[in-house]
Design a protein around this ligand. Structure first.
Ligand code: KG4
Ligand code: ZN
Length: 345
């Protein structure tokens, strides 16, 4: 089965063609970073309009890159939630309309399921069951995964997501959007021991997260150390970025190890934009190997939003016989623990 995948939940137009026999045939991404940079975050209306401009040319290009004609597409998959409603509607409408025109089945995909399954596109994919740490701009979740669609949420953020915390801390330090890569870059010049930031909710049992206190701690530290200027000097800013990054990474690592211990599992999958963070990968890999476990990531370009993960997830679901009727459905909020399972638990 050959599936065209469409991702438009936020500020990236991602398109891909995945084939159940040939694997990933082509994928490409148009990032709107340039559109939103001057506002320091995503402006939803601008995002929707830019998806409208870019989606059809990108689909044509990816079909051509995949050496595929419309006639060879057996199904459509598009992100139908969660995300920005206007942005989602663009992908859902185009995907649904193409499926109708080409007379093939279509399926709406949960964006976080896409992230969760992205490591399946790698050469050595994880086997089920595993624990997934999903860390993106909108979500921070620990999920016990027994198969495609069998997701038991063990813990999640009670307030800000990890990526959101990176973005907000970056804004406080006057760094460019998106904040995650900018903080990571600045942190390389910092001295980790200079500041000790809290590791929220690690001193009590449970697998939930909270990052809003860390955000306040970061702001207070910046205010305390700023000189005549609005920001601390360059070295102090780098030290703060480093201490912030270490605190988030430590917190995530502690909770991952706790989730593995609690469930008796030894396999961890880390997915979503923040999983592109090199320090997080280093630390988690080291700690998971220490307990003789295995850890899996997607390649960097598939950690952040992309069409390949949606085409892959769609292919699995369409192969299992799921598809949607002609209704156009976009869900800005959509819990992940009640999706249709592909296998029995
Ligand atoms: O998965 P994603 O592309 O979009 C959502 O579904 O939200 O994640 C975007 C988030 C942003 O908050 C961004 O700052 C963060 O992932 N991010 C990173 C890194 N690269 C992206 N955070 C930390 N370190 C990175 N290298
Ligand atoms: Zn995402």
């Amino acid at each position: 089965m050959r599936v065209l995948g469409i991702e438009t939940s936020c500020d990236e137009t991602g398109i891909a063609v995945y084939d159940s026999n040939g694997g990933l045939l082509a994928h490409d991404l148009y990032s709107q970073i340039g559109v939103h940079a001057e506002y320091g975050g995503v402006v939803p209306e601008l995002a929707s309009r830019d998806h409208v401009r870019k989606i059809l040319p990108l689909i044509k290009q990816v079909l051509s890159d995949a050496n595929t004609t419309a006639k060879e597409i057996d199904g459509l998959a598009y992100t139908s939630g969660p995300g920005l409603i206007g942005a989602l509607m663009v992908g859902v409408c185009v995907g649904r309309a193409l499926a109708y025109a080409w007379q093939v089945p279509a399926i709406g995909i949960h964006h976080m399921e896409g992230h969760l399954l992205a490591p399946m596109l790698e050469e050595s994919p994880p086997a089920f069951p595993f624990i997934a740490l999903l860390v993106s701009g909108g979500h921070t979740q620990l999920v016990e995964v027994k198969g495609v669609g069998i997701y038991h949420i063990l813990g999640q953020s009670l307030d800000d997501a990890a990526g959101e915390a990176f973005d907000k801390a970056a804004k406080m330090l006057d760094l460019d959007y998106p904040g995650g890569p900018a903080i990571a870059e600045l942190a390389k010049k910092g001295v980790a021991e200079k500041f000790k930031f809290p590791r929220p909710m690690t001193d009590r049992p449970g697998l939930d997260f909270s990052f809003s206190g860390l955000k306040t701690f970061t702001l207070n530290t910046i205010v305390k150390y700023r000189g005549d200027d609005v920001l601390p000097d360059d070295q102090t800013s780098a030290d703060i970025a480093c201490a912030f990054e270490e605190a988030v990474i430590d917190t995530l690592t502690i909770k991952c190890l706790r989730a593995l211990k609690q469930t008796g599992l030894k396999r961890l999958v880390v997915a979503g934009g923040v999983s592109a963070n090199e320090r997080l990968r280093e630390k988690l890999t080291e700690r998971i190997h220490k307990i003789n476990g295995e850890v899996f990531y997607a390649r960097h370009e598939f950690c952040t939003d992309n069409g390949a993960m949606i085409a892959y997830a769609g292919c699995q679901r369409l192969l299992a016989g799921y598809h949607e009727d002609l209704a156009v459905t976009a869900k800005p909020r959509w819990p992940m623990d009640n999706l249709m399972p592909l296998t029995e638990e």
